[in-house]
Unconditional design. Structure first.
Length: 575
């Protein structure tokens, strides 16, 4: 009888450190079925000895922000494979704020951050991947990806899909916010149908995220300063050789991190989050950075609060003159060298922690060692410390009897530092927008939009439509807007959001009546409803919680689980 030939295992022993998660799933005779499922998707026998890296793509034709990310994912996978790993591409969702803004659909926007985080965690955890590389192109993609990385705590790198090139209309840079502000001008009779359509057709010329220092570019910059993406990843055009190389390099970086067992929570420390807040402040970034950085810190088990933005803002100036409050689009920052010279400037001033580890495997200080601490002469995008846009931070956390648990304002200084007015109360964004476009909102009004919080909306819609219409009508300095919802990174003017507690749970914003005096003081960091304590208590006794807007499905589940805006509006915080 012929001696039976022993079959050799196609994969190494389960103790291999670089295959901590894939090894138990794929190694040995008892895992043959698992290996069999991977041969038809492109695995060779030798691949079972490699670290498996999940490449999470947010590609979609839903929005121009993400329409190119399939190509970036393939380039990142090449980088993983060339460095000795084995890449597996998979997709998660994205939504478009720009399309859904001002509609019921926008309630799903912030919810999508949680869905993205949950879905990446689900795939990577289920499939035993040893590392993850995630590519995001729109606002909620980025924090969602990083939240998943923090939860999983497996070697990981984030890649930003890149910014859009600006459109051009009448010789000027235009973008998505230009359209929203043109709507306001159209309602005021300043421009006609042809001009409105001209801006609309020119503003978004191709792939990439919205072109100002709006939420996408803000969060990409924050994640770079946090150490979770490669240097200058946040300051590259979506369609560029630099972005393709960033993807290739990121693939190799994940494999390096696996080999060195460097994990997200080694990088995402409290000091790293302080670095992220510092860069966001210097860039004049979006109010959504508060919400998202709190959520990312919670996922990493790092203690961060809204008051940290106040503390850091007291010593960090706004240096970048970027849209929406400033003059320039993100591409102009890219043209002069991107974020790295600014980070070096901040580091040299002692405003960044240089000892924080990053996904390069080196510290912030080591990454910045060969970076010049200045921009070309004559540029007007980034100012020096001797001539800041604003001498302290623009993200102002307000407290008072109207927001006992905090509120977030974006105060550039151009809209003033104080506002006193009388309340015009609206129970939804749609009702407010209708009144604004009908010119029923007047100088001295404080527009109150409530019932838009994380639980009440649910989903905490962005108020880009109302804020842009107010600006487009020329009322930016004469009308304030407050809400328990939030704002797009494109919003500017005298606007205060994230008011907590929100109206749905009986916060003071639920008790405001038309004609009530409201005072906002950005210097004292106060927001005050000018009625007596007794009157406020009497109104509270008569208040009844409204019925939920949604009782089934994703929005209902979100409303039941979500924490307050001052805690990042996360769905796993109280589990």
């Amino acid at each position: 009888m012929a001696k039976q030939k022993k079959s050799s295992s196609p994969s190494p022993k389960r103790s291999d450190a670089h295959r901590q998660f894939s090894g138990p799933m794929l190694d040995g005779p008892d895992r043959a079925a698992s290996r069999g499922m991977l041969y038809p998707v492109g695995f060779k026998t030798a691949d079972f000895a490699k670290s498996i890296v999940g490449v999470a793509s947010t590609w979609s034709m839903v929005t121009p922000c993400n329409m190119h990310i399939d190509r970036l994912a393939k380039e990142a996978a090449k980088g993983v494979d060339a460095a000795g790993g084995k890449a597996i591409e998979f997709n998660t969702i994205t939504i478009s704020d720009g399309i859904s803004m001002g509609t019921e659909g926008m309630k799903y926007s912030l919810v999508s951050r949680e869905v993205i985080a949950d879905s990446i965690e689900t795939v990577v955890g289920c499939e035993g991947m040893d590392g993850v590389l995630a590519i995001g192109g729109c606002d909620k993609n980025m924090p969602g990806c990083v939240m998943a990385m923090a939860r999983l705590n497996r070697p990981a790198v984030f890649v930003y899909g890149g910014t859009i090139q600006p459109g051009c209309h009448d010789g000027k840079d235009v973008d998505i916010v230009s359209i929203f502000e043109a709507i306001g001008k159209h309602s005021a009779g300043e421009i006609g149908d042809r001009e409105l359509e001209g801006v609309t057709a020119a503003a978004i010329p191709g792939p990439g995220a919205c072109g100002g220092m709006y939420t996408a570019n803000t969060m990409a910059s924050a994640i770079e300063a946090l150490g979770m993406s490669l240097p200058n990843s946040s300051a590259q055009a979506a369609i560029s050789d630099e972005k393709m190389m960033d993807c290739l390099d990121a693939g190799a970086a994940v494999v390096n991190l696996i080999g060195r067992n460097i994990r997200p929570r080694d990088i995402m420390t409290r000091k790293a989050f302080e670095n992220a807040i510092t860069l966001v402040t210097a860039l004049g970034g979006s109010t959504n950075a508060v919400l998202h950085l709190l959520a990312m810190a919670q996922a990493a088990s790092v203690k961060l609060s809204i008051d940290d933005f106040t503390r850091i803002g007291k010593r960090v100036p706004v240096l970048a003159d970027l849209k929406p409050s400033g003059a320039h689009v993100m591409q102009r920052l890219i043209d002069i060298g991107g974020t790295l010279p600014l980070m070096r400037m901040l580091f040299d001033k002692g405003l960044l922690h240089g000892d924080c580890l990053t996904v390069t495997g080196q510290t912030v200080a080591e990454n910045l060692k060969r970076v010049r601490p200045s921009y070309p002469k004559g540029q007007t995008v980034v100012r020096g410390f001797d001539n800041p846009i604003k001498k302290d931070g623009h993200l102002v956390i307000l407290y008072g009897n109207l927001a006992p648990e905090g509120a977030v304002a974006k105060i550039s200084g151009k809209e003033g530092l104080q506002f006193d007015g009388t309340a015009r109360v609206f129970e939804s964004e749609e009702k407010a927008m209708k009144a604004i476009l009908a010119r029923r909102v007047k100088k001295g009004d404080v527009v109150v939009i409530r019932g838009e919080g994380p639980k009440g909306g649910p989903g905490m819609r962005e108020m880009l439509g109302p804020t842009s219409a107010i600006m487009g009508q020329g009322l930016g300095k004469d009308v304030a807007l407050i809400t328990d919802g939030r704002f797009s990174g494109g919003s500017h003017g005298f606007v205060i959001g994230h008011i907590t507690p929100e109206a749905f749970v009986g916060g003071p914003i639920a008790l405001i009546e038309n004609g009530d005096p409201i005072s906002i003081d950005a210097e004292k960091r106060e927001i005050t409803l000018g009625i007596s304590k007794k009157e406020l208590e009497d109104r509270r006794k008569n208040w009844r919680q409204p019925k939920p807007n949604h009782t089934r499905g994703v929005l209902a589940k979100y409303a039941k689980l979500v924490s307050s805006a001052s805690e990042g509006a996360v769905t796993d915080g109280n589990l």
